[in-house]
Design a protein around this ligand. Sequence first.
Ligand code: GAL
Length: 695
Amino acid sequence: MNQFCSGVWCGGFGSPEVITPVGVFRAADAPDAPPLEDGAVLPFWRGDIISRETGRGFVVEIPMKNEEGFYGFGLQFHAFNHAGRRRFMKVNSDPVTDTGESHAPVPFYVSTTGYGLLVDTFRYVTFYLGTNGAKGSSKNCTEPVKEHKEFSEQSLYALKKAKNERCVLIEIPNCEGADIYFFEGPSMLDAVRRYNLFSGGGCLPPLWALGNWYRMYGGSDQRQVLKLAEQFRESKIPVDVIGLEPGWHTHSYSCTYLWNKNLYPEPEVLMEKLNKQGYHINLWEHVFVHPLSELYEKLEEHSGDYEVWGGLVPDLADKKTQDIFGGYHRERFIDKGISGFKLDECDNSDFNPSAWSFPDLSSFPSGLDGEQMHSALGLLYQKTIEGAFRDRGLRTFGGVRSSWALAAGSPFVLYSDLYDHRQFVRALINAGFSGLLWSPEVRSCENSEDFIRRLQTVVFSPQSLLNCWRIPNPPWFQTDIAKNLAGEPMPERDSIIAITRKYLELRMRLVPYLYSSFWRYRLEGLPPVRALALDYQDDERTHAIDDQFMLGDSLLIAPVFRGEKSRSIFLPSGGWYDFWTHERFDGGRALVYDAPLDIIPVFVKSGVILPLADSTQCVEEHTLFRLTLLCFGSGEKHFTLYEDDGTSLACEEGKYNTVVLTQDAEGGIAAVRNGMEAPRYDVKEWKYVDCGILL
Ligand code: GAL
C-alpha cells in the first residue's frame, strides 16, 4: 500500500480500470488531510487483505471485527449502521427497499474501528458487511445453538450477521481490479474529514443560497410567478431563490433549454423584476437533449448510442462535450442573470414500469459504458454546470438528483420527493458520512401539521427548500387541515402562517452561522450536518441515533414527526441549553421533550458563542448582518465568523475576512476582524446565558 498523502493510503488490487472517480473528479491540488493524532493507524495491513479475480469481476476481502459498525455508502434512506447488511452501489431513482441502491450511492464507508474506505470505481460495487463467512467457518462456532421459539417471517429472517470469521466482502463487477483508498482515523470523523479533503474540500455556497428557496408550481406562468414573488415581499415571507419547474422549456421531457414564450413571453423582464426584488432564479432541467434544442446538432457526435425520452445523452466525461453544454448555459442563462440550475433525473429508473434512462449496455465516445455512466453522470453534470459559473468567476448552488464518490466540493444538494419525513431525516444525517448534502425539501404535505413539522426540519438543513412544483398555492394555504392524527383541531390559517414566518425568519437568522460552518467544510472537511455518532463516537449510545443531528458545531436538532407531541432526545455528555427557553440540561442521558406544533427541539452546546442575525427578507449584495452574539455556559469560548463578498471565487484567492469572537471566563469580550474585505457583520449586542457573569 502506498501513502497517497498524509493519512490516506492507496492499495492497487489486480489491474485497475483507466477511467475512475479519482482520475475524473479529484483535483490535483486537493488540500492536505488534517494532521494525524497519536495512534491513528489502520486496523489492518496490506497482508491482511485478500483479493482475487473471478469470472464476474474482482473481489476484495477486508478484515472485520465482530462488533464493528459501518456508516456511509452515500445517500441512504432505510438504514443507518450497515453492519450485517449487503449494500449494492447502483444509482437508482426509486430505491423502495433497503438494498443500498440510491440516487447517490457512494462506494465509501467509515468503520467504528477508525478508518474509511473508498473503492475507486464507477462499477456497481456490492459490499457484504459481515453477512457471509466462508464455507466451513460456522462449523466450529462456539456460540450455543438457540432453539427457534418464534416462527414469524420477521423473526426467522431477522438481520443475521455471520459468526466467527467475518470480513467485508467487496465485489466489483466487469473489471479486473481496482484501487482502494484507505483513510486513517483515529475517529470516524477524522476519516470522513480526510475523505472530504481528499475530494478537494467541502463546497462553499454563495451567501444568498443559504436563505430560503421556493420552487414554483410547474404550470405557473410569468404573471403568476411575479405575483407570488411580490406577495412574499408584501407579507414578509423571507425567500431568496425562486425556482422555475419544467414549464419554462418549450419541451421538457426531453429538454429544449428554450424559453416557452406562451408561458414566459418576456423572460428578460421576469428576470429583471425578480432580481430587483432581491431574488435569485434557479431553472429546472435535465440532461437529455431534445431534437428541437439548439444543442442537439452540436452534441450528436458527442453522445451515447441510446436516447432517453427521445433526447440525446451527452457524454459529459468528455471535455469538449462539457464545453458545448456548459457554454450554452453560460451564454444563454448565466450571463442573463440565472443563478443556478436544478439538475433533475440524472439518476435512472430501473424499477419504474416506464424504466427511463439509457441501458447499461450503452457506450459513450469517452470510453465509458452505460454502467459506468450511470454512476458518473450526476457528478459530471454538476461539474459541467459549476464550470460554466466558474468561467464567469461566480459561485452557484443548485439541486441535483444523483451523485457518486468525491462530491464534497460540488455545490449541489440532492433531493427527491419519494420519501416520508423520517426517511428524509435519516438521509440528511447519512449524507454527511460520504461528502454529500441532502435537502429534506417541503413539498405537498399530508396536512398542515405535516407541513409545519417538515418545515421545522428543512430550515436546519443545507438547503431550506419548499418544492411546490405540484401545488399552485403555497403549502401554508393548504385547506385540508382541519384535524391532526389525534383528531384534534389544527390551528387557524393565520397561526400556520405565523409559524411558517417564524421558521423562515429563523433560517435567515442562522445564515452567518451556517456560512461559517460551510467555510469549515471547505477548509477542514468538517460536514455542516453530522450524525451524533461522528461527534460523540466514544459514547456508544449515539451509534444508532438516526433522528437527531448536529448542525455546525453548536446546535443539536431533534425533528418531530407528524402525529407526535413529544419525543425522546439523547443529549451527549456535557451541558446543553434549550434554544427556545435557555433552560440548562445535563447531558449523558435521554429525556422526554414536549414539542407543541410551533416547536422543534433544538439544543445549544454549553461553552459556545452562537451568532444570530436580525432576520432579513433575503441576502443582497451589500446586506450587513446585525448580529446578536449569545454566549452559553461558563468558561472561555470562541467562534470564528467567515466573511467575504458572498458570490465570487475571490475567496479562493484569499480575499476574505475572519472575525474571531472571544468571551473569556471573566466576561471580557472581543470581536477581532482579520482581513481587508468589506465587513458583512455588525455586532449589535452580546448576550449571556448562564455564563456565571454578573452584569
Ligand atoms: C421530478 C422532481 C420534482 C419536480 C418534477 C418536475 O423528477 O423530483 O422535484 O421537479 O420532476 O417534473
